[in-house]
Design a protein around this ligand. Structure first.
Ligand SMILES: Nc1ncnc2c1ncn2[C@@H]1O[C@H](COP(=O)(O)OP(=O)(O)OP(=O)(O)O)[C@@H](O)[C@H]1O
Ligand SMILES: [Mg+2]
Length: 168
């Protein structure tokens, strides 16, 4: 049985320091191990953690953010929560060479769904990926789907492993 079959929900709170991002990656990798999409989810977690540090109070003196990893049969979800108000002020401009504004584009490309929720204690940015579980021997195949969550952006079917980026 894989970790995903067992189902996991675990969270770690990190100090809001840029130097902590590699630890976030290792945490996510340690939980997801060899599950499908582990590579993608590790990168997603790094982008979301970087954003929390850079764009929210998590990056100020004494600031913290929390990374939660959830898995179930055929799906994994990363959540990064910080104490931001939920009001975002993205840099303006359409310069494709600009060295900012790429993190969420990467998340959108890698995740099946991602979103941004405002909570009582701050905000949570989350991303989900799903894959098809191999059917148990001697049974008909059953397509597993990730949990329905209102997406910020949703790509089409989630039935293939980590499908390549495509516009929604
Ligand atoms: N946790 C957050 N709190 C507040 N604002 C955020 C948060 N995450 C993203 N944003 C807003 O969304 C914008 C886009 O984020 P994105 O990660 O795509 O780009 P970036 O962080 O500005 O640059 P890059 O990731 O390319 O270094 C940010 O500039 C910021 O305004
Ligand atoms: Mg970013």
């Amino acid at each position: 049985m894989s970790l995903g079959d067992a189902g996991v929900e675990t969270a770690v709170t990190f100090p809001g320091l840029p130097a902590i991002v590699p630890s976030v990656r290792r945490f996510v990798r340690g939980i997801l191990a060899d599950l499908p999409c582990a590579d993608d989810m590790e990168l997603i977690a790094a982008e979301l953690a970087s954003n929390a540090i850079r764009h929210s109070p998590a990056g100020q003196d004494g600031g913290e953010f929390t990374v939660t990893v959830r898995t179930g049969p055929g799906w994994a979800r990363i959540e990064v929560s910080d104490t931001g108000t939920g009001e975002w002020n993205p840099p303006q401009g359409d310069d494709p060479d600009a060295e900012y504004g790429r993190g969420l584009a990467i998340v959108a490309a890698l995740a099946d769904k991602f979103g941004h929720d405002i909570t009582a204690s701050g905000q949570t940015v989350w991303a989900e990926a799903g894959w098809t579980e191999p059917p148990p021997p001697g049974t008909a195949g059953v397509t597993k789907e990730i949990r329905p969550t209102e997406p910020m952006r949703k790509r089409g079917s989630q039935t293939s492993d980590c499908p390549a980026s495509e516009p929604s």
